[in-house]
Design a protein around this ligand. Sequence first.
Ligand code: ZN
Ligand code: ZN
Length: 364
Amino acid sequence: MDVFSQRIENLKSQMSQAGFDLVAITTAPNLRYFSGFVPHLDERFNALLISQKEVVWVAPELNREQIESHVQIPLVSWRDDEGPQGAIRQALQKLGSPRSLGVDGAGRADILLRLQEIAQPQSSQSADGIIALLRQVKSADEIEKLALAAAQADRAVQAAMQACRPGASEREVAWIIESFFRQDGAEQVDFTLVASGPNGAFPHHHYSERVLQEGDAIIIDIGATLNGYKSDITRMVYLGEPSVEFLRAYEVVNQANLAARAKVKAGQIAQEIDRAARNTLKEHGLAEFFVHRTGHGIGLDIHEPPWIMEGNETPLQAGMTFSIEPGVYLVGKYGIRIEDIVVVTDQGVQVLSQTPHDLVVKSS
Ligand code: ZN
Ligand code: ZN
């Protein structure tokens, strides 16, 4: 059995435990996970339908040959001039009519509405919980792909650091990062966050026309897709001479990152990683400025389980991959964040991000 058939079998056993008769897979990350292939997705009805009895892909006719050349799954196609209703009915004859329907939470509402109208299930729910149980523990092959993506992000962050200079705008630096990723073979550039000076105090600032100047602390938080898998790294540049206060805060954030990393190990409770980072900041009076969770899982999605935060009592398993990204945000002044991607192992932790944590100080 190939890896994709195995994943579908694993989903089927989760479905029977959770009481789903039919699950519709419609998003790019989930289609890639369960079939190995992602067709161009638009407004047309396109869904991989899974029941205990059958697996059927309902797809637009214009995608049919391409899907069939990549996957072995039986396909029912529909033409633009007839609409998907007939194909969905035909698929449901093979799959059985579901009492309970599961869909991926990030899927299109119109696909869900269409399925509800035709299949008439008694209940419709998100299947994200059971899909996450499978996706959050990565295989060796997936970890290898995440390592390649992380290595590409390491290279891109070097290009970003070089591009930071007084007179360049955040947008110009973002464009250099984006072009670097594309030239380096990224399938997609997911985000190029360049937050300089006071903009650094907004954790989700993207980039703006602000021009970099002496005295700026610059947060560079970037990520792209390689072989379907995501990267995510944050490093910092300082233009000119940082103050003693800034350097002290930077070192505390670095210690928080390392304290969280040191806690990672199979069997550890997820929230303990968050607590380790937060306690380090608390010891130095900076906890109130850490306004987000310590990390998020990463894989085919940039943000996915496990969530590294207070309240998540999930025990970590070997093969889980997530970010560790403590930060502090001083409104009106600056922000500081240092982010790595790590893998849980039986012995402890494997850190995929290789760029040193040192602040890159550029004085003119
Ligand atoms: Zn990030
Ligand atoms: Zn992140």
